[in-house]
Design a protein around this ligand. Structure first.
Ligand SMILES: [Zn+2]
Length: 197
């Protein structure tokens, strides 16, 4: 019995530390091997987004244009922040107090590791991720591949949502839903069903 508090604490810490994301359908079906938080932290964050100055590492086997990816990260972040808080997109450039009272640091503090495919992950509720946000490290791993024909990185806004107050267990996801949904798609262009929880 006396081990229960320790186990509870460990479970709680794991719960706080990671939020695994929704598996998206991919055309290739590629799934990368395990990528851990430590793997991501060991990357070289030698790219910066032109707008928010986010720190970005792009794995060698990502085949998209690097500048496009960097710009996309900025643009989508701007759209998300503007939509979610309606206080202008510049809140991403400064300390920003979210409604819960917590302060979120500027996006220039965020590390983003872009990988080509969905990957095995150490999330609590999932073993395959298309994106994951680590609260403790202020780090997002995001898969570039398989992100739909209606624009890249639809899960990017979801992960940013976690950074800006969406709970790891998604209990308040409805407050974010209008601003984190994948980009609008023509129904004819988008026959797949998203496997979102
Ligand atoms: Zn999530």
């Amino acid at each position: 019995m006396r081990h229960i508090p320790l186990v509870s604490l460990i479970v709680f810490i794991i719960f706080l530390s990671a939020c695994g994301e929704d598996l998206l359908p991919t055309s290739s079906g590629n799934v990368d091997t395990m990528i851990t938080e430590e793997d991501a932290l060991a990357q070289n964050y030698n790219h910066r987004t032109p707008g928010y100055d986010m720190q970005v590492a792009i794995r060698d086997d990502v085949d998209g244009d690097i500048n496009n990816i960097l710009e996309l990260l900025d643009v989508r972040a701007e759209v998300f922040l503007d939509c979610q808080f309606m206080m202008g997109s510049e809140i991403g450039s400064d300390d920003f107090k979210i409604p819960s009272g917590n302060t979120v640091f500027p996006l220039s503090m965020l590390m983003v590791f872009v990988v080509p495919f969905n990957f095995e992950c150490d999330a609590v509720d999932k073993s395959i991720c298309a994106g994951i946000y680590y609260f403790g490290s202020d780090l997002i791993i995001i898969a570039e591949e398989g992100l739909g024909r209606c624009g890249k990185l639809p899960l990017w806004k979801h992960e940013l949502g976690h950074r800006y107050g969406m709970a790891a267990d998604h209990n308040n996801q409805d407050e974010f839903e209008p601003c984190i949904d994948p980009p609008d798609c023509d129904i004819i262009d988008f026959p797949e069903i998203f496997a979102r929880e």
